[in-house]
Write a protein that binds this ligand. Structure first.
Ligand code: NAD
Length: 302
């Protein structure tokens, strides 16, 4: 039976560590770390994510500053808001909650965020820093996966890793981070033929395809470490009776893969909580940098 890579537990441990970092620097800094969250429109899922992030800030002592703009807002107004946050001295991290409403192009808006306040690690400069192995804010989801693997002493040295997905949000930075940890990495995507023959070679398989339950036992080498990034809400099925309620699932058929893998992330409670925690890590790290404090989080931002 696979070891459960429990992201909820590690997130709680890291929150304690962040709290201690904040307590240690608060007097010298003269202010707490600040995260500005910019939400546009009323997408309900985004509302839930923003609420989670604000709650997490509250738990560890990060001041969160929410700006909620209407769906009809102009790109110029969003840009002006970002520019104001860039020079706001209370703010160490800026997060533009995606997806944006139709008609707003995320590219120029993400590019307008000061790279030194890039809480999501998605700015072109910070992706370049990752590519070159230079320090900087890291993309939250892949950095969370790396922290989970490290916490369970899963070495990547000389391992064969396969990442399914090549998005800028997850797949691409994930592949770079695994490679930086000395894994030999292949990236599969929607134009990859015979996916199973590739994934069967993986010692470490990271699945970020956004396809509910697409990966089963036929894709997994016995003993592999399987990281399921996908998250989907399966609706209740009236045909299966009232006892079958709506539930969350990932890109992996966990019941099939669990007996085969050496380790597996659960959904929910695996990668998801780590993504929020890495947002906090990026914010606290920027605060330490902006306030001239010792940098205590290097091991989490490789
Ligand atoms: P995306 O849609 O931008 O990218 C999906 C990638 O998967 C693409 O590169 C595509 O080529 C590839 N792909 C799609 N179908 C494939 C197939 N059949 N075979 C091989 N490759 C295939 O999605 P994303 O933003 O990278 O997110 C991926 C998943 O991760 C989604 O389910 C998303 O909800 C989830 N996610 C979870 C978290 C978290 O915190 N748990 C964070 C970010 C994303």
């Amino acid at each position: 039976m696979a070891l459960r890579l429990d992201g909820k537990q590690l997130a709680a441990e890291l929150e304690q560590r962040l709290q201690a970092e904040i307590a240690a620097g608060l007097v010298q800094a003269g202010r707490p770390p600040g995260l500005a969250v910019l939400r546009i429109g009323d997408d309900p899922a985004s509302g839930v994510y923003v609420a989670h992030k604000q709650k997490a800030c509250g738990r560890i002592g990060v001041a969160s500053h929410l700006t909620h703009l209407p769906e009809t807002v102009s790109a110029a107004k969003v840009l002006a808001t970002i520019q104001a946050l860039n020079i706001d001295e209370r703010v160490d991290g800026i997060l533009l909650q995606l997806p944006l409403p139709k008609g707003l192009d995320e590219g120029p808006l993400l590019a307008a965020i000061d790279p030194e306040k890039d809480a999501d690690g998605l700015h072109t400069l910070n992706l370049g820093r990752l590519l070159k192995g230079e320090p900087g804010p890291r993309s939250c989801t892949p950095a969370g996966v790396m922290a989970l693997l490290a916490r369970h002493q899963i070495s990547l040295e000389r391992k064969r890793a396969v990442v399914i997905g090549r998005s800028i949000l997850v797949g691409q930075p994930m592949a770079l981070m695994l490679q930086a940890a000395n894994a030999t990495v292949s990236v599969a995507h929607s134009h990859t033929d015979d996916l199973a023959s590739l994934t069967q070679q993986a010692d470490v398989l990271v699945v970020a395809a956004g396809r509910p339950q697409m990966i089963g036992s036929d894709h997994v080498k016995p003993g592999a470490v399987v990281v399921d990034v996908g998250i989907h809400r399966l609706p209740a099925d009236p045909e299966l009776g009232p006892q079958v309620k709506a539930r969350l699932c990932g890109d992996v058929r966990a019941q099939e893969v669990e007996p085969l893998a050496s380790a597996l992330t659960p959904v929910p409670g695996g990668v998801g909580p780590m993504t929020v925690t890495m947002l906090l890590v990026n914010t606290v790290a920027r605060w330490q940098q902006h306030c001239g404090l010792p940098f205590g989080l290097r091991d989490l931002l490789l």
